[in-house]
Design a protein around this ligand. Structure first.
Ligand SMILES: Nc1ncnc2c1ncn2[C@@H]1O[C@H](COP(=O)(O)OP(=O)(O)O)[C@@H](O)[C@H]1O
Ligand SMILES: [Mg+2]
Length: 378
């Protein structure tokens, strides 16, 4: 038996826990040609969900383009990734492939044999390098001509879209996208984890994308469904798991979609039975495997932000700027806390919950931060 839990984007043919309402709503938005901003903290299941929406749309005959902007470092690369995504969808679909080749002329697709997937697809620029905005504009214009030539509905997902804000001349990049997209007969999904930055693109009246898309926050998974899901996955793989044990596992992972899967994955690897002890052991393993990322995150923060993060891990508060809180956690000046909180929110490390508390977004990170502190006073 192979481990039934997933730590990557969930493959198309594997079960998703819940998300039936979201699948339905997002598919309807796509079908009616609406643009949507889909956002949540990282590892809540946005990419898995969008993939699934696109799978269903494609099965119904739509053209679906999926572009991941994670880590993008230049405008040329934004254009290249976009073109690559169009070629990736069309290459195995003959009439579309020809249309893509004849309309999208700013890049040439390059197919290379690949031992794993058969072949890999990249693009090379058909003209000069370093054209930046002009290259992006040309690519998006040509995609517009491609859309006009196909009879099927077109859906485009731009994953980690907020990354474009980190580029030089970001406002011009936004404007280039905005002016073209508004003329495209297509539904666009703008997907991202850094919520403050992503939403800023759409809610700032001074910016090109102001109020052009439906805001769609993706919540965590409901605990009950997640508990049933964990149980079903264990039992499908031949492991008995009581409802109480599954509920305990979900609670230990704070019902976080990724941490729940990861904890269950580790329990499956470490123990034949799903007991409280196995869950506790697996949780230690989980923190150990995440440690390098947590350490790097903390190391990249200036001291003021680090202190605030530690304070919020220890004591979430609705009154971040109260002098008693600032003093109790040795946070320096109120102005400093204000600045640090803005920065941490931009990094999506802290958030204001519905109950109005400021907290650390990632529950395992919060636990790790608290243990760091406890070790220090030992
Ligand atoms: N609906 C779901 N059912 C089960 N597990 C999920 C679900 N959504 C997300 N996950 C878990 O979260 C992980 C991250 O999912 P992903 O789609 O990459 O999230 P995001 O794009 O929001 O960062 C997946 O690998 C999986 O372990
Ligand atoms: Mg993602």
């Amino acid at each position: 038996m192979t481990n039934p839990f997933y730590l990557q984007v969930i493959p198309d043919d594997r079960p998703l826990c819940d998300r039936t309402v979201e699948l339905h709503e997002l598919s309807s938005f796509a079908q009616s040609g609406a643009n949507v901003v889909l956002y949540s903290p990282r590892r809540y299941g946005k990419t898995s969900l969008v993939r699934r929406v696109q799978r269903d749309l494609a099965a119904a005959g739509a053209v679906t383009v999926f572009v991941d902007f994670f880590g993008v470092s230049s405008v040329d690369e934004v254009a290249a990734r976009f073109a690559n995504a169009v070629f990736a969808f069309t290459h195995s679909r003959e009439p579309l492939w020809k249309k893509a080749l004849t309309t999208i002329r700013s890049f040439r697709p390059v197919l290379k044999p690949d031992p794993e997937s058969g072949f890999s697809l990249s693009v090379e620029s058909a003209g000069a390098q370093g054209l930046g905005i002009a290259l992006l504009e040309e690519t998006l214009d040509s995609f517009g001509r491609f859309i006009e030539q196909v009879d099927s509905p077109v859906h485009v997902a731009l994953d980690e879209f907020q990354e474009i804000v980190t580029l030089d001349r970001a406002l011009e990049v936004e404007a280039a996208f905005r002016t073209r997209i508004q003329n495209h007969q297509a539904s666009y999904f703008f997907v991202g984890s850094r919520r403050r930055i992503l939403l800023g693109i759409f809610t700032d009246s001074q910016r090109p994308f102001f109020q052009t898309a439906i805001n769609y926050p993706l919540p965590r998974l409901p605990e009950d469904e997640l508990t049933d899901f964990v149980r079903a996955q264990f039992s499908g793989a031949g492991r008995r798991c009581s409802r109480a044990a599954a509920a305990e596992l979900v609670a230990a992972a704070a019902a976080h979609p990724y941490y729940t899967e990861k904890l269950a994955f580790l329990v499956y690897e470490l123990s034949r039975t799903i007991t409280a002890e196995a869950i506790a052991d697996a949780y230690e393993r989980l923190l150990a495997t995440e440690r390098p990322v947590f350490e790097a995150t903390v190391l990249n923060l200036p001291p003021g932000q680090r202190r605030l993060l530690q304070a919020l891990a220890r004591e979430p508060t609705p009154h971040l700027l109260a002098s008693s809180y600032v003093a109790a956690h040795n946070l320096g000046s109120v102005g400093g806390v204000q600045h640090a909180s803005r920065k941490l929110e931009e990094l999506d490390l802290i958030e204001r919950t519905r109950e109005d508390d400021w907290t650390v977004v990632d529950p395992a990170f919060a636990e790790w931060l608290n243990r760091q502190r406890e070790r220090k006073v030992e």
